[in-house]
Design a protein around this ligand. Structure first.
Ligand SMILES: O=C(CO)COP(=O)(O)O
Length: 129
């Protein structure tokens, strides 16, 4: 099968969802490894430990501007997929940044998964092949 060109994929998870995102990445690393992976600092560090063979570029941590950095990349057409496992049951000091990031993903029509079920559907869709 003809492979599509590597995509720029941003990975982010709130604290209580980091383990679940790391597991999702581990389970999908065969598909992910030929793409350019970007993550916010803490999320990226945890995923890197679970998946040492993936090359992960990191931004600042979310509360320190990482969500905004990824939002700016979306506005520059630099992100093809956003996997952002959000935790709707905990307060976040940088909630405005979280909202701004998900808003920009919609403005620029970037595919976005906020939970495992949607991320699984995207992985099964052929988008990463
Ligand atoms: O806060 C985040 C998303 O809003 C994620 O940032 P970290 O990966 O640095 O924890």
């Amino acid at each position: 099968m003809l492979k599509s060109k590597p995509k720029n994929i941003a990975l982010i998870a709130h604290d209580l969802k980091k383990r679940s995102l790391a597991t999702w990445v581990f389970n999908n690393q065969t598909k992910l490894k030929r793409h350019n992976i970007l993550a916010t600092a803490t999320t990226g560090g945890i995923i890197q430990k679970h998946c040492p063979q993936l090359r992960i570029r990191v931004t600042k941590s979310g509360p320190l501007g990482g969500d905004q950095q990824i939002g700016a990349m979306i506005a520059d057409d630099g992100i093809d997929l956003l996997i952002f496992f959000t935790d709707p049951l905990s307060p976040h000091p940088h909630d405005v940044d979280v909202k701004a990031l998900s808003r920009l993903a919609v403005v620029y029509d970037v595919p976005m998964a906020c939970s495992g079920a949607t991320a699984d559907l995207i992985a099964a869709s052929g988008y990463l092949d």
